[in-house]
Ligand binder design. Structure first.
Ligand SMILES: *Cc1c(COP(=O)(O)O)cnc(C)c1O
Length: 361
């Protein structure tokens, strides 16, 4: 049998380039605590996002917790369950209550037409999730947030490199969190960042990722969530070739689209007007196809191809929180039928064709 194909395969720069990037650390012996690589990567990201305020974190999850804490959010946060557990965890771990809004049946992101009904006097913020490289309806969400005086924090873990009318996904709402986990479009092995409008948040976020250490005092009981120099160096190398990675993903995604468009019962993501995607994932919704999502996943697995059910189960179905999950029927419908096919820069065209044949035969 041929080599297994997983849903993703981490992109890496040439070894020599990374070694060269980290070589200076043997001289400086400055391995973490906001060193030179950390500062360089923050600056590079500010340029890449065209956003003034970027703070690096050890992972995306702690960047999100850091943001919730820095904004001092309390009470209820409206979010969606069609996401990775991290989003909902961050809300509950920061002492807030997640309130689940259903998703739009085309974009799988928070449905703004269902948002206002969920806002109560307890609501402090909205935490929508961009999924698969598709953006939320940022204008509609923004208008509702303004009307009710709510903060908007985006989980942009899937949206690195996505732009709408030339504006980066980092620049919508009051803040956005990105994950730089090894499986993401841009990665630092483990890592993440917060991007935010208000420069006054910088100090809070810097304290919030370093135990609250403030000179000789400790100002709060914050965790350790600093990005190391080795991780930042990986980010510097990967950011240099991000356009190459996204273009390779685009080609694989276009090939899937050509092969699968028009197949009865298979629903593909629709391109969004004015949005340049990062092709982070290639989800297929099996709705009335010859066989179910689970059967398709099993057939692929027999051939050593491991697609993934993102996002299944919904976070409002996880035992961690004790919700019933019936409040979001659209999200439930999609979650039970969606399968993300393998997609990464080095995925060969023949493999895309083979995967499509297995699904459609
Ligand atoms: C990956 C991911 C996270 C968490 O990021 P980490 O860097 O792994 O902590 C949060 N939300 C979504 C939607 C993700 O895909």
């Amino acid at each position: 049998m041929s080599v297994p194909i997983n849903v993703t395969r981490s992109a890496l720069p040439p070894k020599e380039e990374y070694f060269e990037e980290i070589a200076s650390l043997w001289d400086s012996r400055w391995l973490t605590n906001m060193g030179e690589k950390h500062q360089t990567l923050e600056r590079m990201l500010q340029g890449y996002f065209d956003a003034p305020n970027v703070t690096l974190f050890t992972n995306g999850h702690l960047a999100l917790e850091g943001l919730l804490a820095a904004f001092g959010l309390t009470g209820e946060v409206v979010t969606t369950p069609f996401t990775f557990a991290s989003t909902t965890h961050a809300i509950t771990r920061c002492g807030c209550k997640p309130v689940f809004c259903d998703v739009d049946p085309e974009t799988y992101t928070l449905d703004p037409t269902k948002l206002e009904a969920l806002i109560t006097p307890e609501t402090s913020a909205i935490l929508p999730v961009h999924v698969y490289g598709t953006l939320c309806d940022v204008e509609a969400i923004d208008a509702i947030a303004k009307k009710h005086g709510l903060k908007v924090l985006y989980d942009a873990a899937h949206a690195f490199g996505v732009k709408k009318d030339g504006v980066s996904a980092a620049c919508f709402g009051d803040a956005a969190m990105f994950s730089f986990h090894a499986t993401k479009v841009f990665h630092t092995v483990e890592g993440g960042c917060a991007v935010y409008r208000d420069p006054a948040l910088r100090e809070k976020l810097d304290l919030g990722k370093n135990f609250g250490v403030c000179g000789e005092d400790i100002s709060e009981a914050a965790p350790n969530a600093k990005m190391s120099e080795f991780h930042a160096a990986m980010g510097i190398c990967n950011l240099r070739r991000i356009e190459v990675y996204i273009e390779a993903r685009r080609q694989a995604a276009e090939r899937y689209r050509c092969n699968l468009a028009g197949v009865p019962g298979l629903k593909l993501l629709k391109p969004q007007r004015g949005v340049s995607s990062n092709y982070a994932y290639f989800p297929v919704v099996f709705d009335g196809a010859k066989y179910s999502r689970d059967e398709a996943a099993a057939r692929l697995a027999e051939q050593g191809i491991y697609a993934r059910k993102y996002f299944y189960p919904l976070t409002n179905h996880c035992t961690a929180y004790g919700f019933r999950g019936d409040e979001t029927p659209v999200a439930k419908h999609v979650s039970e039928r969606v399968l993300c096919l393998p997609l990464y820069p080095e995925l060969a065209p023949e493999d895309v064709d083979r995967i499509c044949e297995i699904i459609t035969e």
